[in-house]
Design a protein around this ligand. Structure first.
Ligand SMILES: [Zn+2]
Length: 648
């Protein structure tokens, strides 16, 4: 009995211990759940009942200097499916495949996927999306979205840039001004049952998206178009690799145009342009190779590539020499066709030599020995001081990502030979934009400006959010040297190697260059011309680079006329009037002419007559068949390119 009792007591003890342990375990588990896991469970519970969907913010627009839209947005939609809400899967598959032009198999995969929400297609046209809404299909979501759209396709493509799948900037100004442009996405919060079905009209929270701010540029669509036309014409005529052309206001650094021909289509940026694709016809490009080619296609070479500036750099050498007062306009030089520097014979481009000449003639002839001589007079230390002042050791600070810097000799490694070649623009590299900026400082009275496109950021309601400001450094060149350089460079165009940039009525200054590409004697050249107008008060400066022209490659022959053609178009557009000198009136077919009597002429006769007379814009009005009135009146003396009004 006692034994039995003992047994029982032990038994009870074991039972008690087991119960205690079990209770402790449960309590522990409970404590653990309450203390450590409650957050997790609450979140999971909420997720069952609420669903958050983003509402895309509209990206800010980009405008040119006249308020013309360069980048805007098209309303598009994103179509998604929610597995748990679909009541008629077969109908959903049928409708979406028909409307979206996707295979049924493709859509079935998404419809049958047990995920909270599955994107079927984005960038769907609004009309198609509206039609899909009309079907009122359970579990099919149509969300408003925006697609970036560039009205001018390829215009200034490497400047403006484009956006990626989430509307974020990928290259160009779209990247630089991302923070201003992007806006803030909103959200829609929908309540759902535990099965994921959205509860209609149940307290739907909504955080309204904030659209991005608009960006206003100095780029001028019309100047960019003129520049692109001019660049493409010479690129095709000379079978060149590419043509770069930059147009800027030298007084303040506002960039009016930047051409990198061939451009690409901003609305189709992942498709190789013909100029590139033609070299790979029939080839299966690896994704690596394709990426490399795309990056090349998007590259803004005006700011990202360096080159030897060649003779255009004589502008900088001359400036340093005048600042240091080591040369006078009347100094005489003798060019036998070369100059001996230490043990080297360095040749002039004119094999027989330019003979005896003063400095003015020296720059008009672009004679290498003259510049080797004055470069040596300035010396290494001072030369580098002026390079530094003119910004040639630093990036210009232009507001486009990816700017390169110059490649210069280490000052300790510059001997007489290096200094000689540097003075006519060889043995170092700069970007085209660095040359344009340095030359601007030389001709604008001595102010180093920061080239830029961005002017202002405005809210969608027009409020100014930010006026963009840029550094300028005054007095990098004295006003006296600036004045001399303007006159000398006007002389280069009037009487020197730049004469093919001469434009009657407009005073154009400039400098030609023909740079041999490396390795030397490969027969590959870059022909260039830098020009500005009016020479006495420069309002515009332009630099063109023609890369590997076929046939004649002299900058003075093929690059200078392109700038003349460009200026002929854009100077009147910019409100700069032609003023002809007596000599120009005598030598060129310019100036005034007498207006003939057009009264009584038929429309057909007028068509032929207008080909003979040099009127500008001709305005016609009235319903008649013959001219009944005209202005200016017959016999009036008018300037060429004047307007004519005809009443029929
Ligand atoms: Zn010479």
């Amino acid at each position: 009995m006692a034994k039995n009792r003992t047994y029982n007591r032990r038994n009870i003890l074991i039972i008690i211990i087991v119960i205690l342990l079990a209770t402790m375990g449960l309590t522990g588990r409970l404590v653990y759940l309450i203390i450590f896991k409650s957050e997790d469970y609450a979140a999971r519970a909420r997720a069952l009942h609420e669903r958050e969907r983003p509402i895309k913010a509209e990206r800010g627009k980009i405008y040119d200097i006249n308020g013309v839209e360069l980048a805007t947005n098209k309303p598009v939609c994103t179509i998604s499916v929610i597995h748990s809400q679909i009541t008629e899967p077969e109908r959903v598959i049928k409708v979406l495949s028909t409307e979206l032009g996707l295979s049924e198999e493709n859509i079935r995969k998404r419809v049958e996927k047990r995920s909270s929400i599955e994107r079927v297609k984005s960038n769907v046209n609004k009309e198609i999306a509206d039609r899909i809404r009309e079907y009122k299909l359970d579990g099919v979501m149509v969300d408003e979205d925006y697609k970036r759209y560039y009205p001018y396709d390829s215009l200034a493509s490497k400047v403006i840039g484009f956006t990626g799948s989430d509307n974020q900037g990928v290259i160009g100004l779209e990247v630089k001004y991302e923070d201003y442009l992007k806006g803030i996405n909103g959200t829609i919060l929908t309540l759902t049952t535990a099965y994921g079905v959205e509860i209609e009209n149940a307290a739907e929270g909504r955080i309204t998206p904030q659209p991005g701010n608009d960006l206003y540029l100095s780029l001028d669509v019309n100047i960019q178009k003129y520049a692109e036309q001019a660049a493409y014409r010479v690129m095709e005529a000379k079978s060149a690799n590419n043509v770069k052309l930059i147009v800027m206001n030298p007084q303040n650094g506002k960039l009016y145009a930047m051409v990198n021909a061939p451009e690409f289509n901003l609305n189709d940026p992942y498709n190789l342009i013909n100029e590139i694709a033609q070299d790979y016809v029939g080839e299966n490009l690896s994704s690596e190779k394709l990426n490399e080619l795309l990056n090349g296609m998007w590259r803004n070479a005006c700011i990202s590539d360096t080159y030897e500036p060649g003779s255009a750099f004589k502008i900088i050498t001359s400036t340093a020499a005048f600042e240091e007062k080591v040369v006078d306009l009347n100094d005489r030089f003798f060019c036998p066709g070369y100059k001996r520097v230490e043990d080297r014979i360095i040749r002039c481009h004119k094999a027989g030599g330019h003979g005896s000449q003063n400095f003015v003639e020296g720059i008009q002839n672009s004679c290498n020995p003259v510049f080797m001589e004055i470069g040596a007079r300035v010396g290494v230390e001072k030369t580098y001081e002026y390079y530094r002042k003119l910004g040639l050791f630093s990036r210009t600070g232009v507001d486009i990502p990816g700017e390169a810097n110059s490649i210069m000799h280490n000052i300790d490694n510059i001997g007489a030979v290096e200094l000689a070649t540097m003075s006519f623009g060889q043995s170092f590299q700069i970007t085209p934009l660095q040359l344009l900026t340095a030359t601007s400082a030389i001709i604008n009275g001595g102010r180093l400006v920061t080239p830029h496109f961005g002017l202002e950021v405005k809210a969608p309601d027009g409020r100014i959010i930010k006026t963009l400001e840029y550094n300028t450094t005054d007095n990098v060149v004295s006003p006296e040297t600036s004045q001399i350089m303007k006159e000398l460079l006007e002389g280069v165009v009037a009487d020197g190697t730049g004469r093919r940039a001469y434009l009657p009525g407009f005073r154009v200054g400039g400098k030609t260059a023909t740079s041999e590409k490396l390795p030397r004697r490969s027969g590959k050249y870059i022909s260039s011309f830098i020009g500005f107008a009016p020479a006495d008060d420069p309002q515009v400066i332009a630099l063109i680079l023609i890369d590997e022209p076929v046939g004649i490659y002299y900058g003075g022959t093929i690059a200078a006329p392109v700038i003349a053609e460009l200026f002929d178009n854009i100077l009147p557009y910019m409100g700069i009037e032609a003023k002809y000198t007596e000599e120009e009136l005598k030598n060129y077919d310019v100036g005034t002419f007498q207006v003939p009597n057009f009264i009584g002429k038929t429309k057909k006769e007028m068509k032929d007559l207008l080909k003979i007379y040099d009127f500008g814009d001709v305005y016609s009005s009235g319903e008649g068949e013959v001219v009944t009135e005209q202005f200016p009146l017959p016999g009036d003396s008018v300037n060429r390119k004047s307007g004519l009004v005809l009443y029929y």
